[in-house]
Design a protein around this ligand. Structure first.
Ligand code: ATP
Ligand code: MG
Length: 263
């Protein structure tokens, strides 16, 4: 299996501080990774490198076989789909859901033209249908609920047919029903052999969709563990990662974590 992402001794230094430090990590084709870690651990920084928007201060990053720094990122970026709250903020609030997804095919956050390829429109409709947004096609992006916005963004990220899909806290801000709906949809995507390789950032093990195969835990910029969920997502590792005693359970493909009872 070929490498989708390979980081070797990657550090990112800002204002004399390492945001991530000596990270070595490889993601193979078809793997679905979750990145877990507390606030400020460096999760978004890692995704920004994986999406080619951030260059390491030292070490090497190879994305989809292309070495960052030696590749034309404008050729690489359409091969990567990404969703995050920072990207959502850049999307025009006045565009409809369909326009929001369609414009991704042309590598733009804005700029609606009347003449889109009917094939692209069919693809946009199919992704929106898959994410349960087909009844909201004409709604303005800015009027959507948090959950609807997240689902629209995922459909948008799928538009370029990416080989790598990066999701930064896709379930943040969702209510219980919205979270369960999204986890189910992402689980379906994770099990689809034709779906892209996926990396999802979250703070909560409850948000890990079934079908996700690997976990990377990061704390204060350093990798604590990286490997298959079955062996690495343990109470001991998660406790170390979040800095408090936790019990992790795995039931029916889903994960839960809770603090040890007091006393
Ligand atoms: N441009 C920058 N200059 C200085 N510090 C930065 C910069 N960007 C990020 N940081 C810091 O780097 C650390 C890691 O940030 P990052 O956004 O990767 O964390 P995170 O794990 O995604 O956190 P969260 O769970 O809160 O989203 C944080 O302490 C953040 O304040
Ligand atoms: Mg973050």
């Amino acid at each position: 299996m070929s490498d989708v992402l390979e980081l070797v001794d990657v550090s990112v230094v800002r204002e004399g501080r390492a945001l991530v430090e000596d990270v070595s990590w490889s993601v193979k084709e078809g793997e679905r990774w979750v990145i877990l870690g507390p606030n400020g651990a460096g999760k978004t920084t890692l995704l920004n490198i994986a999406s080619s928007y951030l260059y390491p201060s030292s070490g090497t990053a190879t994305i989809l076989g292309e070495r960052l720094g030696k590749v034309d990122v404008f050729e690489l970026r359409p091969r990567i789909g990404m969703t995050s709250s920072a990207l959502a903020e850049k999307l025009p609030r006045g565009q409809t859901v369909l326009q929001t997804v369609l414009t991704a095919a042309y590598g733009m956050t804005a700029g609606w033209h009347e003449h889109y390829d009917p094939v692209d429109e069919q693809r946009a409709l199919a992704f929106l249908d898959r994410l349960g947004m087909n009844t909201h096609l004409d709604r303005k992006f800015g009027t959507l609920s948090e959950g609807e916005r997240k689902r629209t963004q995922i459909a948008r990220a799928m538009m370029t047919d990416p080989e790598l899909l990066l999701l930064d806290e896709p379930a943040a801000g969702l209510d219980l029903g919205g979270r369960e709906d999204l986890v189910r949809r992402l689980g379906r995507l994770a099990r689809d052999p034709y779906a892209p390789s996926m990396i999802m950032v979250t703070h909560h093990v409850e948000e890990i969709p079934p079908g996700f195969t690997h976990v990377l835990m990061i704390r204060q910029g350093k990798v604590l563990t990286a490997g298959p969920v079955e062996t690495e997502l343990t109470s001991a590792n998660l406790s170390r990662c979040f800095g408090l005693p936790l019990i992790v359970e795995h039931n029916g493909g889903r994960w839960t974590a809770q603090g040890l009872p007091l006393g």
